[in-house]
Design a protein around this ligand. Structure first.
Ligand code: GDP
Ligand code: IMO
Ligand code: MG
Length: 425
């Protein structure tokens, strides 16, 4: 398969894990390029369900190599738990997983700072983070005081770590938080470093050599375009580049080795956490989407906010990611909806916006411009061929593609591998 970047086109939870799992079959390597264990990717294989946070969803296929790239922030304790859980369920991770020595580490003080900062923000300003320490860890990275995975398995970890915990403790105390036990963290990380060391390697050299040898790579994005630190609904975003450009900076594979971009997009919209959401439905239709789509955060268990499909977001995502094909998911969730709305633009103070404005106030205050389509009102859950879909369902999907200017590559009508209609990919 062509070297492919897979991104989330909305606010995350589009079903990236499921699509990665399906496409992993056709590649040699799956490489995650950003985010951390704030991500939660649920994959259903037969009757088993797996939730992956750091390890690429390709791990569920035998013989694939999975890479956690330099752009990821890694909580090594959480990673070792994830590895242990997979091994317990019969997957061999050792020998199939590489963790970049350039990736940055998430420590307990990052999580404590994340929670403390959130607690201090007033209502309306809280981001609703996953409290996994993602922002503070990326903060240390760009402030040039982070500890990388390579340092974790190196010789002078303890002195570096002590300095970082002591500084974090001063900040925590100043913010009315609890200081952390320096010795306890040092002991815990000395032990986890030993367990992690067999997985650590120079992933940049590994990936580029693999490409030279004719191997193919699937680049796995976490979160989504609207959570991207640069292109999302700032400041209600995550702290990394979830968009396609992040695949290069987050793995060390140059742009001219990437052949195409697949955008995963839900047939409606969800968001977990705070921030503007123009098409949000706070009524029984929103509740229905949440119930039918089982829309609960895979990492925090929080209910996801639900709303109509937003073609402004779709167009914007297509533009900033260079999406070649949509992998559209969860069409089946709309099976019982009588009249479906599609947002085509925003109206604010008499002005029409057909791209995402950078001003979050406009996004908070705007009124979506909707067009309506008839629902198909029959089940699509067991459909395995696109041609067998009801005409009204096909018309809806085609309209979404038309409004966003992207062709349909894959259509998903259920969580399992079998419910994946491969159209152009
Ligand atoms: P990710 O973070 O983008 O990987 O998405 P999540 O795994 O957090 O959320 C997507 C959820 O939808 C998971 O529980 C999937 O099993 C489920 N899912 C994926 N595709 C479909 C689909 O086409 N139909 C339905 N009903 N569920 C789906
Ligand atoms: P996947 O990969 C949905 C959201 C959080 C919060 C904001 C910042 O499963 O799609 P953070 O902990 O990253 O500092 O939180 O980002 N968020 C996600 N929402 N899916 C995710 O990942 C998310 N990862 C972070 O809810 O609003
Ligand atoms: Mg998710």
């Amino acid at each position: 398969m062509a070297n492919t970047v897979l991104i989330g086109a909305q606010w995350g939870d589009e079903g990236k894990g499921k699509i990665i799992d399906v496409l992993a079959e056709d590649v040699d390597i799956v490489a995650r390029y950003q985010g951390g264990n704030n991500a939660g990717h649920t994959v259903k294989v037969k009757d088993e369900q797996y939730v992956l946070h750091l390890i690429p969803s390709g791990i569920l296929h035998k013989g694939k190599t999975c890479v956690i790239g330099n752009g990821v922030v890694v909580d090594p304790v959480a990673l070792m738990q994830e590895i242990a859980e997979l091994e317990k369920r019969g997957f061999s991770v050792k020998g199939h997983l590489i963790v970049s020595d350039r990736a940055h580490t998430v420590f307990p003080f990052h999580g404590a700072l994340d929670a403390c900062r959130e607690a201090r923000l007033s209502e309306g300003r809280k981001i609703g983070t996953t409290k996994r320490g993602i922002g503070p860890s990326y903060g240390d990275k760009v402030s040039r005081v982070g500890i990388r995975i390579g340092d974790l398995v190196g010789d002078d970890l303890m002195s570096k770590l002590e300095g970082r915990i002591e500084e974090a403790n001063r900040v925590l105390v100043a913010l009315n938080g609890e200081p952390l036990d320096v010795e306890k963290i040092k002991d815990q990380y000395a032990a986890v470093a030993v367990k992690l060391s067999p997985y650590v390697a120079d992933s940049v050299v590994f990936l580029n050599k693999a490409l030279k040898d004719g191997k193919s790579i699937l680049f796995e994005g976490a979160q989504g375009t609207m959570l991207d630190i640069d292109f999302g609904t700032y400041p209600f975003v995550t702290s990394s580049n979830a968009t396609a450009g992040g695949a290069c900076t987050g793995t060390g594979v140059p742009p001219n080795r990437i052949d195409r971009v697949i955008g995963v997009i839900k047939a409606y919209t969800t968001r977990v956490g705070a921030g503007p959401f123009p098409t949000e439905l706070k009524d029984e239709t929103g509740e229905l989407l949440g119930k039918e789509g089982h829309e609960f955060g895979a990492t925090t268990g929080r209910p996801r906010r639900c709303g109509w499909f937003d073609a402004v977001i779709g167009r914007y995502s297509a533009m900033v990611n260079g999406v070649d094909y949509w992998a559209m998911t969860k069409l089946d969730v709309l099976d019982t909806v009588k009249t479906i709305h599609i947002c085509t633009a925003y109206r604010h103070n008499g002005k029409i916006y057909d791209s995402i404005p950078s001003d979050k106030r406009i996004l908070e205050e705007c009124v979506p411009v909707y067009e309506q389509m008839d629902g198909w009102q029959v089940s699509t859950k067991d459909v395995t061929d696109y041609n067998d879909l009801p005409d009204k369902a096909k018309a809806y999907v085609m309209r979404l593609c038309e409004l966003t200017g992207v062709d349909l590559g894959i259509l998903s009508v259920g969580p399992r591998r079998a419910s994946t209609l491969r159209i152009a990919i």
